[in-house]
Design a binder for this molecule. Structure first.
Ligand SMILES: *Cc1c(COP(=O)(O)O)cnc(C)c1O
Length: 766
């Protein structure tokens, strides 16, 4: 289809649906018409991909989260028509940038949900038969505002601009049985468009609806509220995404969500098996199901329920399950592993609780280890036992999985445990969000890297001759981000300063708190003259906290207080500025990551399973200022220690640390004492005691943890040294550019293309 035919089609849709021309279309109308024109255009390829996949073995990704981001630009980009469409529309007097208002599809919290989205993108691009199943939440992750230095949550009405990229598939609806009332699961299909591949994968999202739209009897009896309540009760199941990242949400509603996801998805796969005329025993040879964390692990007992209903014995059903499922673990922190009370499970689906007990018994018979303990189902143990492979998400993490949380399980089933280091899609996180750097790279090595990232290695011989251009590109991206920030948050920053960036969910283990304390110490150093020639730096934070995570919210408050204080100080504001960028999401990520000079990845060694923002930032030429943790280890192995700034204790040291005494450090180090005490000495207003609580957590601990359990004080001085080293290194612009480009050139390993290929080969045997 030519560009003008495509635009003509959009114009027709606009006329039919809104009686408007392009020029007077609103953002909503333009978005709707253009997206629908694209949906028409890709329909044949989508149908063909679906038909071909229906014939053979394929894998499905089961995930409670998909952080898709804004769809429209990425979809145009993957169809390879973005630039064309922009130009054509401009000729018609329409600026495609109008669509910058369109909401993100944020049906996920952070890394785990974004990973799912990246994997679907890579599979479609490389024609690997992988489709996704998830939930169509009415409200995605909340939007964040900052008021009086604090996070305020606003509901995320992501379909406010319509949902032209979904197709409702009423004919494929299934009934999900629950003790609390059966619900109808209606699938909405989203295309995942392979980059220039002509292949389209499907993300099938289930929406909960009532079996009965309206209870007429009650309605006629004029019991209106009661009549509607059934409908609401059903719809509530997919009303909101749980905004908890890693912390468990002990809620019956969460169990309903998880159960609905797996029951509807397995029923859907069984329907396809039947359509192929294949017996149940063939299921593992035709479907491989990847559990993205334990959220979909109820799929194992649900599979057994569905298989038994088809006349298969329990033992055979369990054997089949072990050939169908695989499990990706995302954390070794014990408090973040899901456990459900058996009573609560029973109240939603007694058969699932019963099957869990039978699986537990089978497991105890087979290997002596249990899944259900103290009336709680340990979902990670279930996932390990019911899967043929268990993978960690970075080398260091996969080793820790075997040595710590699943040590006993590893001893019983060593052959199950493998590593697949996470990856990110270079289409969204380089091609789309940084066309300037993409053009520069293309000018030296062609454009093969967009589908084969290791080709970036070919840049190495060109680095010397690209430094100037790289610095220009970086400056341009910083200028652009500065302009965005002015509009988005009303804050002005200078593109001539260092952009020091920490963007990720707010979590204690990610140590944004350490970053904030460190900034206070740098400020003290600048003020008292012990730090001289400090290169002017903007410290940028972007992070959402789970709404109920009190301490994380106090850390957001602290960062904003530090920002106010420093930005108002006559002397300090000459060389430093602190900015909390509100509402960090995929779209903000795409703007800030190309502009970053330094990538803050500062979790204590052994806590961040992989991290993926570290990869996105590396790919955009930001050296890592980080600990030896997660994928940072592999980033340094690829790009060289000398091109990054690594600090802090190693995991072996932290594990061997017996009587860690942060108070001794606090008392011995006046610099540390000074910044820690700003939490309680009246420097910042603390009406609710949140800052004092942070102080207490560091020095005295809390009922549920030891003092400073994330080792802020232990790594503090080493962090400061690394920060100053980076700050000084930035002055040598030529050498800095070389470091950045070495990171770019060595980022090839971190593509999700490589990661899905490994899943397909090592785990799914596709
Ligand atoms: C990549 C990404 C993340 C994950 O960041 P980590 O630093 O790996 O935790 C979270 N949120 C968004 C919006 C992302 O794009």
């Amino acid at each position: 289809m030519t560009a003008s035919e495509r635009i003509a089609r959009a114009e027709e849709i606009l006329l039919a649906e809104h009686r408007k021309s392009l020029r007077d279309a609103s953002a909503y109308e333009l978005h709707s018409a253009l997206s629908k024109a694209c949906m028409l255009e890709i329909a044949p390829a989508w149908r063909a991909t679906e038909a071909r996949r229906a014939e053979g073995k394929r894998a499905v990704y089961l995930s409670a989260e998909y952080l898709m981001g804004r769809l429209v630009f990425n979809n145009l980009y993957c169809m390879d028509i973005l630039d064309q469409a922009r130009e054509m529309l401009l000729e018609k007097g329409v600026d495609l940038a109008l669509l910058e208002e369109v909401e993100d599809t944020a049906l996920g919290n952070g890394g785990l949900g974004r990973l799912a989205a990246c994997y679907l993108d890579s599979a479609a691009t490389h024609d690997l038969p992988l489709d996704g199943y998830g939930l169509r939440y009415r409200f995605g992750l909340f939007k964040q505002k900052i008021e009086n230095c604090r996070q305020v949550e606003v509901p995320d009405d992501w379909t406010r601009y319509g949902d032209p990229w979904s197709v409702r598939r009423d004919e494929l609806a299934v009934v999900v049985p629950m003790k609390t009332g059966d619900v109808r699961a209606v699938p909405y299909d989203m295309p995942v468009i392979g980059y220039k591949s002509g292949k389209i994968s499907t993300l099938r999202l289930w929406q909960a609806e009532s079996l009965q739209e309206l209870d007429f009897r009650l309605f006629n009896e004029q019991k209106y509220r009661l009549a509607a309540s059934r409908k609401n009760q059903a719809e509530d199941i997919t009303k909101v995404l749980y905004p908890n990242d890693t912390l468990k949400a002990g809620k019956q509603m969460r169990i309903k969500q998880q159960y609905m996801l797996v029951s509807a998805s397995l029923q859907d796969m069984l329907r396809q098996l039947d359509a192929m005329g294949q017996p149940l025993e063939k299921f593992p040879d035709l479907f491989q199901a990847q559990l993205n964390d334990t959220h979909p692990s109820m799929g194992i007992p649900e599979w057994i329920r569905l298989a038994e209903a088809r006349g298969v014995s329990f033992d055979q059903a369990l054997d089949l399950a072990k050939r169908i499922f695989s499990y990706t673990n995302h954390t070794v922190m014990p408090e973040a592993l899901e456990r459900w009370d058996m009573d609560v499970l029973s109240s939603v689906q007694p058969e699932i609780a019963r099957n869990l007990r039978r699986i537990d018994e089978a497991c105890r018979r087979e290997c002596g280890l249990g899944i259900v303990e103290d009336h709680q189902a340990h979902m990670a143990r279930l996932a390990v036992y019911g899967s043929h492979h268990v993978n960690g998400v970075a080398e260091i993490h996969s080793e820790l999985v075997k040595k710590t949380v699943f040590r006993e399980w590893y001893e019983k089933f060593p052959e199950k445990f493998v590593n697949v280091t996470n990856g990110i899609t270079q289409r969204r996180f380089l091609g789309l969000c940084n066309p300037e750097l993409t053009v520069l790279i293309k000018s030296r090595i062609g454009d093969g890297f967009l589908t084969d990232l290791p080709q970036l290695k070919n840049l190495l011989p060109h680095i010397d001759g690209m430094k100037e251009e790289f610095l220009q590109v970086k400056h341009e991206k910083k200028r652009r981000f500065a302009a965005f920030l002015k509009g988005h948050a009303g804050v002005e920053i200078s593109p001539d300063w260092i952009f020091d960036v920490q963007v990720k969910r707010l979590h204690e283990y990610k140590r944004q708190f350490l970053n904030a304390l460190s900034i206070l110490d740098l400020a003290n150093g600048v003020r008292d003259g012990s730090i001289r020639d400090f290169y002017p730096t903007v410290f940028l934070f972007g992070a959402k906290s789970a709404p109920g995570y009190v301490r994380a919210k106090s850390i957001i408050y602290l960062i904003n207080c530090v920002a106010e204080k420093i930005n108002a100080d006559e002397q300090l504001r000459e060389v430093m500025q602190v900015v909390f960028v509100p509402n960090y999401n995929c779209t903000v990520a795409e703007k800030i990551i190309p502009a970053a000079d330094l990538s803050e990845q500062i979790s204590p060694a052994g806590t961040e399973a992989s991290g993926t923002s570290n990869m996105k930032l590396m790919l955009n030429g930001a050296p890592t200022l980080g600990t030896y943790d997660g994928a940072n280890v592999e980033i340094v192995a690829e790009a060289g220690m000398e091109n990054n700034f690594i600090f802090g204790a190693r995991v072996e040291e932290l594990q061997a640390l017996r009587d860690y005494n942060p108070r001794a450090i606090y008392e011995a180090e006046p610099r540390i004492r000074k910044v820690v005490d700003t939490l309680v000495d009246g420097t910042f207003p603390d009406p609710d005691g949140g800052l004092r609580e942070l102080w207490e957590a560091l020095l005295n601990g809390a009922s549920w943890h030891r003092p400073d359990h994330h080792f802020l004080l232990k790594d503090f001085l080493s962090y400061q040294e690394a920060r100053l080293t980076a700050n000084r290194a930035y002055r040598d612009r030529q050498h800095w550019a070389e470091m950045c480009l070495k990171n770019v050139a060595n980022a090839g390993k971190f593509s999700s293309d490589r990661a899905v290929e490994e899943y397909a080969r090592i785990i799914w045997d596709l």
